[in-house]
Write a protein that binds this ligand. Sequence first.
Ligand SMILES: *Cc1c(COP(=O)(O)O)cnc(C)c1O
Length: 360
Amino acid sequence: MSRVYNFSAGPAVLPEEVLKEAAEEMLDYRGTGMSVMEMSHRSKAFDTIIKEAEADLRELMKIPDNYKVLFLQGGASQQFAMIPMNLMKNGTADYIVTGQWAKKAYQEACLYGKANKIATSEDKTFSYIPDCSDLPVSEDADYVYICENNTIYGTKYKELPNTKGKTLVADVSSCFLSEPVDVEKYGVIYGGVQKNIGPAGVVIVIIREDLITEDVLAGTPTMLRYKTHADADSLYNTPPAYGIYICGKVFKWIKKMGGLTAMKERNEKKAKILYDYLDESSLFKGTVEKKDRSLMNVPFVTGSEELDAKFVKEAKAAGFENLKGHRSVGGMRASIYNAMPIEGVEALVAFMKKFEKENA
Ligand SMILES: *Cc1c(COP(=O)(O)O)cnc(C)c1O
């Protein structure tokens, strides 16, 4: 068996320990004689799995009691619709557009009400986070929406926007559990788990209870109402059971690693190795404003498309996978999520140094 260093933006690297444990439990989950994939979501064994997963997540993120944790399906993209359908009571919401994912969410919201783009960084290909200290937040906005870490462009809000008292809704797909968060600052925090937590198929929504109401947009399907899932503790219908089981294992792995403070330190250390090199290299350059750099997704270029392609190809041959940048921006991108070991980043930088020398 040989494992590569996988820099994919998602689905992405998972902790090896977790994968090994899952493999050991594949045929017979703790004496049940079956795999978690094969068991009823109403069984005692699964009940324990989902309850423990929620409890561990609550502990990790210090989620207050007046927030619900929902394990849903449909990916992060389903939330682009669910959020306006459930939260647009006044029919108005403000969006800060800092990349493709925020833009898609904004465009989706336009289908359901008045969505206002109150700030954007599209003028410079989303290479920075706009100043959000005094935005023209709408008087009747039901919420202000952000994508907190921009997976494609590699930017991250270092400070949350001043929403002037309005509910903050955040897509944290690509920075979920990468550092401590103050849940109370948000009305809704959500993310697809396939970036930093588990296998594709699960989306986690952390939502303040007062936002879960029956007063939703007319025609909202039962499955797209937060209340349906909150009332049933995420078991209204068959949940993505195996995915939730793996997420639960990753929560336990993070707890063992020291929790979110330790994750942040580790992630800062990893990102620094790569950013420091990008700053000193005469071949490779980072593409975003330094103050807005993401700890999770690190895009870079050589300045020559030909050399970029050569780098990606040679890197792949040397065991560094998925370094090609998003199809919309080109260049390279190294996603260095929680489960990427520090050795992976060190090895990548050593390889980049060698490439730089050979191609000077
Ligand atoms: C990947 C990603 C999405 C889309 O997730 P799906 O689960 O494929 O719908 C949305 N937002 C962000 C920030 C992402 O990184």
